[in-house]
Design a binder for this molecule. Structure first.
Ligand SMILES: [Zn+2]
Length: 351
């Protein structure tokens, strides 16, 4: 079988200092991998064009937590990190403007070298951060730079980064619709909107006290195959292998999706879903973009399975032994049968 090379493979090669153009003769390139190679030829060097634009946070710098204090401090105050600080403030503003954060809630982290992470401070509204509010921490959460104290929830971001080496940026916030799904313990159904299928891979982590190592571990357990984690009774955290804006985009996509699903299920009609074959096409695109998904490689009949998701509220028919039913008058067996039949029909058409 011919090897299929994605842009993710090429980025990996560049990151490891290998020549991304030394591929096997028979290698098949995905469209984005072909574009990536064309960019490389254009720049005449082996560095990722993204890194040139200051967007990628792939460890291109040798500064680590083991460097001298002065070196770390200089790195923290460098133009490259300043650009990222501004980007974090900008994303914070968007989170606040869209009401994805409340009070001092939410936090953002960007990995800037092998084990240094730029993150948001505690006790500051994400809508009004200044570049100098940000902090430098290592992967254990020890703070190196910044006048404000780092967020306590950074431990969760760091656990994601440790478990998922491709995660260069993480965003956590409390968007109301998606958080509503997290509170109800309902995983958003699938096969409804292409954008959501291509860019987000959702899972739910159980509730634990925010900021505890245990919470971080439960989230980290899911980031191998998911980039968007609903945290039960709390909020959402996303990670990206590209940059912080991309991690934020997943939040927008998820929140818009949850809102749309809620509207669709209130219109009194069974919702339409795409076919498994149509989803398969989207999953191919997703794979070529280097986005994880546990459904890669599944058979078509296994896709679009929304087992466990039931839209709306169904009328419960009281059982014969239910005292409250007797108080309200005994249910009519004919009517009960009819309600049951209609409910089943609706349910089966939505599966
Ligand atoms: Zn939170």
């Amino acid at each position: 079988m011919k090897p299929v090379i994605s842009v993710r493979d090429l980025e990996e090669m560049v990151r490891n200092g290998k020549d991304a153009r030394s591929l096997p003769e028979d290698a098949l390139l995905t469209p984005s991998a072909r574009d990536f190679l064309r960019d490389l030829e254009g720049t005449g060097n082996l560095k990722s064009p993204r890194a040139d634009a200051g967007r990628s946070t792939a460890p291109a710098t040798p500064v680590t937590s083991r460097s001298s204090r002065a070196e770390i401090e200089a790195f923290f105050n460098s133009p490259k990190i300043h650009a990222l600080k501004l980007q974090i403030c900008e994303i914070g503003r968007r989170l606040w403007q869209r009401a994805y954060v409340d009070g001092n809630g939410g936090n953002i982290a960007v990995r800037v070298s092998e084990d240094l992470v730029l993150c948001t401070p505690t006790l500051v509204s994400k809508g009004f951060m200044k570049p100098e509010d940000t902090c430098f921490v290592d992967l254990e959460g020890n703070q190196f730079c910044g006048t404000k104290k780092r967020t306590s929830e950074i431990l969760m971001h760091l656990q994601i980064m440790k478990r998922q080496p491709r995660a260069v940026a993480t965003v956590h916030c409390h968007p109301p619709y998606a958080t509503g799904f997290a509170v109800a313990g309902v995983e958003p159904p699938t096969c409804m909107i292409p954008e959501f299928e291509v860019f987000a891979s959702v899972a739910i982590a159980p509730y634990r006290t925010p900021g505890t190592p245990e919470m971080g571990k439960l989230v980290a357990d899911l980031v191998d195959q998911h980039n968007t984690i609903l945290m039960a009774n709390h909020g959402v955290v996303t990670w990206s292998h590209n940059d912080v804006e991309d991690a934020y985009f997943k939040m927008e996509i998820l929140e818009a999706y949850c809102r749309t699903v809620l509207v669709a299920t209130q219109l009194g009609k069974p919702v339409n879903t795409m076919t498994a074959a149509q989803l398969q096409d989207l999953l191919k695109i997703k794979q070529s973009l280097g986005i994880p998904d546990p459904r890669f490689g599944l058979k078509e009949c296994e896709l679009c399975d929304n087992e466990g998701w039931r839209p709306g509220v169904t009328c419960a028919v009281a059982g014969p032994g239910d005292g409250s039913a007797a108080a309200a008058g005994a249910p009519d067996p004919e009517a009960e049968k009819l309600v049951q039949a209609i409910t089943e029909q609706i349910m089966s058409s939505q599966r």
